[in-house]
Design a protein around this ligand. Structure first.
Ligand code: ACO
Length: 447
């Protein structure tokens, strides 16, 4: 097939730029030779229009509300598979057969404990430490306990990578549950070999020496669904962070720990906690959603309608649709209601009719209803983003692996357009801070 080119004319000079077309027809202009051929770079705040890689993991069409992993629609994955099957799909590229599934499950079980020395770390965090800070610190600490992958070498044996991936997926669940137990001052509950991933997590969260938690299949199903819906979302802020940090060839644990920090932000995964806090505030104020809407529209403050809007989706987020249904199911199964759900629905209806949100194509995103399900299950709001991290982990691992194996991948190092002062010199009268030796300063170390 003939190669396609785009032409760019800049100051009477025309350069040809190769065009890359993806399997779903997406078009990218490869500008990597632009600076060499024209002296110019591209400028794109927030990477609104910039691709950083070619990837075969996730396809997302934000205009049509389509999300697929390895070609499979998110709706089918959420309905038919468990979270660890989807994790396998993302990390290994195919849906596991029965043998592969059993092997994957038993590996996850085998690696579910954390080193007893690591367990002690939890005791030294302040009582109200945010679990996302603990999660990130614990994940990077794993590299000190499992150093076979402490260097990200190009010739790293495949089995080391696989082991680190399963270790991380399994241990993150244990670390997440332990950080919750720490926050409520209860003894840690160890993982059980007879329980699958989500049931095990719920048991570690909610069992205690004086209380056996009843594992309900409907709740396990809801948790599986939520984790699947968060499992990957192509080059979002935290995933791009994992790839960027990974491009310096740090190990998997360090790259994922930085992804966890990025996810924590309220404009990204931290939005799920912000949504519930926003709904609680509306409830405390008497339940009037108009005030929140007007505040979100005003440019005089930083407040936004959390759980609304998305960089890529310009129609309803397909994950939000599934979550809304799951939310109704969970509340029905638990035979309970949540006044915050009523406020959320009223807020959504009002926003979707408001020209400000309509014109800017702002729809509910994955974070808008997920918190209602977490609340119904009994998960406190500080843990919501931790649950997001659990779900997103297979995506981070898959993306880190793909970048590692990509022969075109390079250390990620954006350029800039410098807009600071042009060359100037220090005035002859300026004397900088004196550099004096310790002896000259009479033994005192100068400031
Ligand atoms: N509430 C009010 N106004 C909003 C919102 C919102 N939630 N989202 C976007 N806008 C407005 C912006 O103020 C801007 O208005 P302007 O054109 O008058 O300046 C316009 O819509 C475009 O928004 P940007 O911020 O430029 O869009 P961007 O793609 O950079 O941001 C983001 C996307 C960060 C998700 C944004 O919609 C937002 O802040 N949402 C609330 C936080 C949230 O829910 N984050 C979770 C996203 S999903 C995820 O990460 C898992």
């Amino acid at each position: 097939m003939a190669r396609e080119f785009a032409e760019l004319t800049l100051r009477d000079q025309t350069v040809q730029l190769p065009v890359v077309v993806g399997t779903e027809g997406e078009v990218g202009i490869d500008i990597s030779s632009l600076r060499r051929d024209s002296g110019a770079i591209t400028l794109d705040y927030g990477f609104m229009n910039t691709g950083s890689c070619a990837s075969s993991i996730t396809f997302l069409d934000g205009e049509q509300g389509i999300l697929r992993h390895r070609g499979y629609p998110i709706e089918e994955l959420a309905e038919k598979l468990t979270f660890i099957e989807v994790a396998y799909l993302l990390v290994n590229g195919s849906i596991p057969n029965a043998d592969e599934f059993e092997e994957w499950s038993s590996l996850l079980n085998r690696h579910s404990m954390i080193h007893e020395d690591m367990r002690r770390f939890f005791y030294y965090y302040p009582e109200h430490a945010h679990p996302m800070a603990i999660l990130s610190a614990m994940v990077v600490s794993l590299s000190t306990f499992y150093p076979e992958l402490s260097q990200h070498r190009p010739d790293e044996p495949e089995e080391h990578i696989d082991k680190a991936a399963t270790r991380l997926i399994s241990k993150l669940r244990t670390i997440a549950a332990f950080s919750y137990k720490k926050s409520v001052g209860q003894p840690f509950v160890y993982p059980r070999h007879d329980l699958r991933y989500c049931a095990n997590f719920l048991n570690m969260m909610f069992s205690s020496p004086i209380h056996d938690y009843e594992i309900r299949p409907e709740i396990v199903k809801a948790l599986n669904t939520l984790l699947i819906l968060h499992a990957d979302h192509e080059q979002n802020c935290s995933t791009a962070t994992v790839r960027l940090v990974g491009s310096a060839r740090v190990n998997l644990y360090a790259a994922v720990a930085s992804g966890i920090c990025a996810l924590w932000g309220p404009l990204h995964g931290g939005a799920n906690q912000m949504v519930i806090e926003m709904l609680e505030e509306i409830q405390r104020g008497g339940g009037n959603v108009r005030t929140a809407i007007e505040r979100a529209k005003s440019k005089q403050n930083e407040f936004r309608l959390y759980g609304f809007g998305h960089r890529v989706y310009k129609s309803y987020d397909p994950r939000a649709k599934i979550i809304k249904r799951a939310c109704d199911d969970v509340l029905k199964v638990l035979n309970t209601t949540d006044p915050l759900l009523d406020i959320a629905m009223e807020l959504e209806a009002a926003a979707l009719q408001d020209p400000y949100f309509v014109d800017r194509q702002l729809y509910p995103n994955v974070d808008f209803y997920s918190g209602i399900i977490y609340r119904a299950i009994g998960i406190p709001k500080e843990m919501f983003t931790v649950l997001f991290a659990l779900g997103r982990l297979p995506g981070w691992i898959a993306q880190w692996k793909e970048a590692r194996e990509d022969p075109k991948a390079k250390i990620q190092r954006p350029r800039q357009v410098y807009v600071g002062p042009t060359l100037r010199h220090l005035d002859a009268s300026v004397k900088g801070g004196d550099v004096v030796s310790v002896e000259d300063s009479g033994g005192r170390v100068p400031n």
